[in-house]
Design a protein around this ligand. Structure first.
Ligand code: DC
Length: 215
């Protein structure tokens, strides 16, 4: 079973994806971490975030050290903003595509895979067994992200997080390659007024309907 979970920043898609994977013993791939790791390695190499060299970005994607995806250093708003910029470069996306598809085709557990991102249901895995599209009001998402960053002891202000998220949403939704959008066959969940347990319960009810043997 392959489950695709797309959505906007701080919509709750990552939490849902991890919980669904844990529920069934499936493997989870956070594809945003791949783009963040590319951005982080570019920043480390001294790249100027106002003017990214496409060749350098493609090279960073093709030589990506996957251990970077597990580090806390990629979880800053600066890295997220650059990740969204490099993610608009078609050849960067092409470099990361086969890795994502290979993970879904042969998840380490041999049971199933849950991938979350922006284009999983539309481009990466159009034949996924089940697709979710997770979204929430911008203000609520910015509040959630501010809380998360403060908990991670990063000094941030709501106003800046909101501005960064607005710009990132806009870039992710309007780029020409693989923009953030719901697949035609995705189930949309608006998490604005739901907590993580309610979102999980709703998603599980859909999974149970589509594939009762997984419960
Ligand atoms: O999910 P995230 O916030 O960690 O993602 C960081 C950025 O990476 C996001 O703003 C856009 C990009 N991204 C993408 O373009 N496609 C994906 N499948 C996942 C992330």
């Amino acid at each position: 079973m392959i489950i695709a979970i797309d959505g906007s920043a701080a919509s709750g898609k990552g939490t849902l994806a991890k919980r669904v994977a844990a529920e069934f013993g499936y493997d989870y791939l956070d594809t945003g971490a791949l783009y963040r790791a590319v951005a982080f390695s570019l920043l480390n190499a001294g790249a100027n975030s106002n003017k990214i060299d496409e060749k350098q970005a493609v090279n960073a994607a093709s030589t990506l050290n996957l251990l970077l995806t597990q580090t806390a250093e990629i979880r800053t708003d600066k890295v997220a903003a650059l990740a969204s910029i490099v993610a608009a470069i078609g050849p960067v996306r092409a470099e990361l595509l086969s890795l994502q598809r290979a993970f879904a085709a042969a998840p380490p557990s041999g049971r199933g895979a849950v991938l979350d991102g922006r284009d999983i249901g539309t481009i990466v895995l159009p034949n996924a067994d089940l697709k979710f599209f997770i979204d929430a009001d911008l203000d609520i998402r910015a509040k959630r992200r501010t809380k998360e960053l403060l908990q991670a002891e990063q000094s941030v202000m709501f106003r800046d997080v909101l501005a960064e998220m607005t710009a990132r949403d806009d870039r992710d939704r309007t780029r020409l390659v693989a923009p953030l959008k719901a697949a035609d066959d995705a189930i949309t969940i608006d998490t604005s007024k739901m907590d993580a347990s309610e979102v999980l319960a709703l998603a599980l009810s859909h999974i149970n309907r589509v594939c009762p043997s997984e419960q």
